[in-house]
Design a protein around this ligand. Structure first.
Ligand SMILES: [Zn+2]
Length: 381
């Protein structure tokens, strides 16, 4: 870090290089280097010399001693950079941070996010701190970060950038105007929340002292999800449900169902038809029939009540009642515990006619440990 009075050597060198490259005066360049917004919110401050070097030596967009290959409008553009001399470096630093939110795709994946679409997302995301992002500057920042970049058609100004298309879609829908907001966060990029929160703070002059650390990717086992996705394309109710579910995950309309429990819970959060509920029960029955390791179903607790009881002559006790949503959602599962001396009773039952016909308790489990399976898991012979 530095102060405006005694800029560090790196700042001075950067400011000198930027001033020469953009044709602005040194003081103005140094002021940009020192802006709180330009210090790197998801990584180290991007070096101005590194930015300039990418235009020369990057394998795709670098000029390599010849004519510039990248301009304000994009690749193969003869539109020269139009620097305003006041905020160009700050804007590039912000675009760099915006791209750092995403985890780069691996070498085996072809880049597939269009730079022109991404530049609009960057504008939305960085507004009002950076009101205009050109196609060329978006590509420039991506090249400096060494993100995978591909030239899709061999003639146009737009390039493809190697970040997750679904995560880009999540951000676009979160920040864009006229977009349907995502309802789930499984495609939220790693740095999204940190950057969203940090931008207004640094713009208001607050010092961010905490370095952001890219979290290790967590792979949560999702056996039910994995099984259901494999049923996409089947020509029956299970295939139809799997197709709808898969599209819902892809579009972040709902979360991932790691277990059958979670599919039931998700199901009550989205609008659905009675036929779709029957398809859910059929699918869970098939999953439990075909996957020996599948876990039976627990449902969401919706109520809990306990009270003192004066007892039946042998001393006081308590009664406890737990209520859970039944699988179809129209009734309850009720768990009762009477802990009264001389009168101890524990019971659980399905208080829903529809569910009582379609579900049963898994055998050999305690009352508090109850779990359900569809009757159709093992149809009557
Ligand atoms: Zn029910």
């Amino acid at each position: 870090m530095t102060t405006n009075n005694t800029p560090s050597r790196a700042f001075q060198q950067d400011a000198r290089a930027w001033s020469a490259f953009t044709g602005t005066n040194y003081t103005s360049a140094l002021r940009q280097m020192s802006s709180p917004l330009a210090q790197g919110l998801l990584g180290p401050r991007v070096s101005a010399r590194r930015l300039i070097a990418a235009l020369h030596d990057h394998e795709l967009i670098g000029a390599h001693g010849g004519a510039p290959r990248l301009g304000e409008n994009g690749f193969r553009s003869d539109s020269p950079w139009s620097f305003n001399g006041k905020s160009d470096y700050i804007q590039l630093a912000l675009i760099t941070d915006m791209l750092r939110m995403f985890t780069p795709t691996s070498d085996s994946e072809a880049p597939d996010v269009d730079s022109y679409s991404l530049k609009h997302t960057a504008e939305w995301f960085l507004s009002p701190h950076c009101s205009y992002v050109s196609n060329g500057r978006l590509i420039w920042a991506a090249a400096t970060l060494r993100l995978p970049i591909a030239d899709p058609d061999g003639y146009g100004p737009n390039l493809l950038i190697g970040i997750s298309e679904r995560k880009h879609n999540y951000v676009r829908r979160m920040v864009g105007t006229g977009q349907t907001r995502p309802q789930a966060t499984h495609y939220r990029p790693a740095g999204y929340e940190h950057l969203r929160a940090a931008l207004p703070q640094v713009a208001a002059g607050e010092l961010i002292t905490e370095n952001w650390v890219r979290p290790e990717p967590v792979i949560e086992p999702a056996p039910f999800h994995d099984w259901l996705i494999q049923q996409v394309g089947r020509n029956d109710v299970v295939g139809d449900l799997a197709g709808d579910y898969s599209a819902g995950v892809r579009d972040s309309d709902h979360r991932v169902a790691h277990t059958a429990d979670e599919l039931l819970a998700i199901f009550h959060e989205v609008s659905h038809s009675p036929e779709a509920y029957d398809a859910v029960v059929t699918s869970i029955a098939e999953w439990m029939r075909t996957e020996p390791s599948s876990a039976p179903v627990r449902t969401e607790r919706i109520g809990r009540d306990s009270s003192e009881h004066q007892g039946w002559g042998a001393g006081a006790g308590t009664t406890e009642r737990h209520e859970y949503r039944c699988p179809c959602g129209d009734g309850k599962i009720i768990e009762d515990h009477d802990n009264i001396p001389g009168f101890r009773e524990h019971d659980v039952w399905i208080a829903c006619d529809k569910c009582r016909a379609e579900w049963r308790f898994v055998e050999r489990r305690g009352v508090r440990d109850w779990a359900l399976e569809p009757v159709a898991v093992r149809p009557a012979a």
